[in-house]
Design a protein around this ligand. Sequence first.
Ligand SMILES: N[C@@H](CCC(=O)N[C@@H](CS)C(=O)NCC(=O)O)C(=O)O
Length: 187
Amino acid sequence: MSPMTESPLPNNLYSFTVWRNFTHFTVSPTGQSPFMEVDGKKIGQSLAMARYVAREHGLYGNSTMEGAMIDQVLYTLEDMTKSLIDWHFEQDEAKKAEKEKKLNDETLPGFMQLLNKLLKSNDGGKGYFAGDKLSIADLAVFDQCSGMVVKFPKCMANCDELQAFLGRIKALPKIADWLAKRPQTEF
Ligand SMILES: N[C@@H](CCC(=O)N[C@@H](CS)C(=O)NCC(=O)O)C(=O)O
């Protein structure tokens, strides 16, 4: 969200190895990473942080109904993430391959179809996920789905509106600028 809000970026990016031994978990309000601090007040849970920043910067819709439409998308992404985490951390190679096949063939295409439908339900899919302006839902979908096709190439078949949407968000000048200069990370 930072490229759109022009707020200073959290600057504590670290590698997976460093994360495993990170001592700052003791100062995180939830004992987990990520967390942020605003005027001396700490906020844990990534969605709480994202919603706070979105509300502060006009990226949470223009009404409570638009907010609900945005939440609908965010919770859908959360469900999708759970299936990815389950696959990512699977230690048994055979089970992992099985889970990857299911993600590729069923789970992710299902989520992409659902997101495509939700997008189309607002203005025929030509604009945003909620209302008539950019919101945290659009940025979250862009963030989570644009890299997905690299690992799971089939997942967006028949999702024309969603694919066009990802292209539109990517082309927003502030997003394009950030993509060109952002630090490379493992995830
Ligand atoms: N629901 C939390 C999950 C946070 C989470 O799982 N954080 C992991 C890193 S990705 C963590 O800090 N794990 C260390 C631990 O739980 O001790 C969020 O969205 O912020």
